[in-house]
Design a protein around this ligand. Structure first.
Ligand code: ZN
Length: 481
């Protein structure tokens, strides 16, 4: 790269973000810092472009030049800055934090193209990225690929790891000790188990069913210690006695996924009766709250995920206002679940889909992770070399290293993990029966394997009356194939 001339008509790009850490650096502050940086460098700022980046992670479907469509993050401010730099109308770019601006590797490559073709510099006010020399460009590529590389995949893999532990019936780890069990969650504490059985008996007593508050008061009166030492309450009694772990069941994301490896304190039937009695008393709010399409349905109006919700008219998936949704989209949970179920069953008749699933199911995840581990380790060495050759500052080196090491930690944990169990069990026999038999969390996993971006739910057309229109549920992207 040739030495560039000092920019006389530079762009200062500032960003409005909903990221809490960035929010603190308001637009005014970013502009002041950018101008100070420009003054230090002798640059002249000709234009400030404000990028509204509050939807940085909400990708939209865009049409590509080749006629296909793809999901891309839309950044009009960044794009207009690129246009102006490539037309020569502007001759430099200062941004608050370039590695965030160019979070998407495709965006970064576009920026690098412009920087190299037009020989204009792009630098950051804060952060480490600067595109004004070859080492800076190399570093930027590494930083961007590090920050982006399979970050989605990684979080999915971590989720899958938890899922697998859940299916093996092992405790998920972390959190507080559940009443009745040792901290590891594997062993029953006899005395506490006795208290839980007594609770169930009181609740199910046909002649004199106790209220939860009466049970709590009695425990307090007798000085029975709780797991945390806190006072007993109706709420804590309910939480203990309705927990699936008490019946020897393992849950994942609030849903029962199968038998646990620990032993049950209440037999399944008794526990179900207790839950049913308590659910009846409380207006049926307890057990149906979590739905398997949670995480797979999205609001067509605001792009927010829909959440399983217990309303006055039964369970729904709702763009819940208490969770910052717009509140405008809701669909009956049963309708949505049977519709998606139907579609998945149809998909499962397609040979190409089955082939794809089989490939995923038999791919040794561990091998993939091993491969990633090796790549990351190589990248660490490469970084160290760059630092040794003084192509990087120590701060840059440390920043990059931290990101890689974080991922290495995740990968190493995952090397222990096994292949996608849900898919294997689905494909082991008749897929339709297999699908029906999948636990809720397993169904979600299959849906998200087939359609990683899930479905979008459109508004209800009131002119059609109360009839459910399956057309309201549309895939957000095309199938993985
Ligand atoms: Zn919404």
């Amino acid at each position: 790269m040739k030495a560039h001339t000092t920019p006389k008509r530079a762009i200062l790009l500032v960003r409005i973000s909903d990221d809490k850490a960035e929010e603190a650096r308001g637009v005014g502050r970013q502009e002041a810092d950018g101008r100070r940086k420009a003054a230090d460098l002798g640059w002249t700022i000709a234009e400030v472009i404000t990028e509204n980046d509050t939807s940085a992670f909400k990708r939209r479907r865009v049409h590509l030049p080749d006629g296909s469509t793809a999901l891309r993050t839309i950044r009009p401010g960044f794009r207009s800055a690129l246009d102006k730099l490539s037309s020569g109308a502007r001759d430099g770019l200062i941004a608050d934090d370039l590695d965030r601006v160019a979070r998407d590797p495709r965006d970064l490559e576009d920026l690098i193209d412009v920087v190299e073709q037009q020989n204009v510099p792009a630098i950051a006010t804060t952060g480490s990225m600067r595109l004004d020399n070859d080492a800076g460009v190399t570093m930027a590529r590494i930083m961007c690929s590090i920050a982006n590389k399979s970050s989605r995949d990684t979080s999915r893999r971590v989720a899958r790891k938890h899922m697998e532990l859940a299916e093996e019936g092992k405790p998920g780890g972390g959190g507080f000790r559940g009443y009745g069990f040792t901290r590891s969650g594997m062993d029953v504490i006899a005395q506490e188990a006795g208290v839980i059985r007594w609770m169930a008996e009181r609740i199910l007593d046909p002649r004199d069913p106790w209220t939860l508050n009466r049970i709590a008061a009695d425990l307090e009166r007798r000085g029975v210690p709780s797991a945390t030492g806190a006072k007993w309450s109706g709420r804590s009694v309910r939480s203990i006695v309705t927990k699936p772990s008490v019946a020897g069941l393992r849950t994942h994301k609030g849903e029962v996924v199968g038998p646990a490896v620990w032993s049950a304190i209440l037999d399944r039937h008794t526990w179900e009766q207790v839950c049913a009695v308590l659910a009846g008393r409380a207006g049926n709010t307890d057990l149906t709250l979590k739905r398997w399409l949670t995480g797979a349905l999205w609001c067509s109006l605001c792009g927010h995920p829909l959440t399983g919700w217990q309303g006055n008219h039964g369970p729904r998936y709702w763009c819940a206002t208490p969770l910052d949704g717009c509140g405008k989209i809701a669909v009956k949970a049963g309708r949505a679940e049977s519709e998606v179920s139907l579609r998945i069953v149809v998909l499962l008749t397609r040979q190409d889909i089955l082939k794809r699933l089989t490939a995923i199911a038999t791919t040794n995840v561990t091998e993939d992770v091993r491969h990633e581990l090796a790549e990351d380790e190589a990248q660490l060495k490469q970084l160290a070399g760059m630092w040794a050759r003084k192509e990087l500052s120590f701060a840059e080196y440390r920043e990059a290293r931290t990101i890689i090491e974080e991922r290495l930690k995740e990968s190493r944990a995952l090397v222990q993990s096994s292949a996608p169990r849900v898919l294997r069990s689905l494909l082991a026999g008749d897929v339709h029966k297999g699908w029906e038999k999948l636990p809720p969390a397993g169904k979600r996993e299959v849906v998200l394997t087939l359609l990683p971006d899930g479905y979008e739910v459109g508004p209800h057309d009131r002119s059609r009356g109360n009839v459910f229109d399956p057309g309201r549920i549309r895939p957000r992207i095309t199938l993985v194939a």
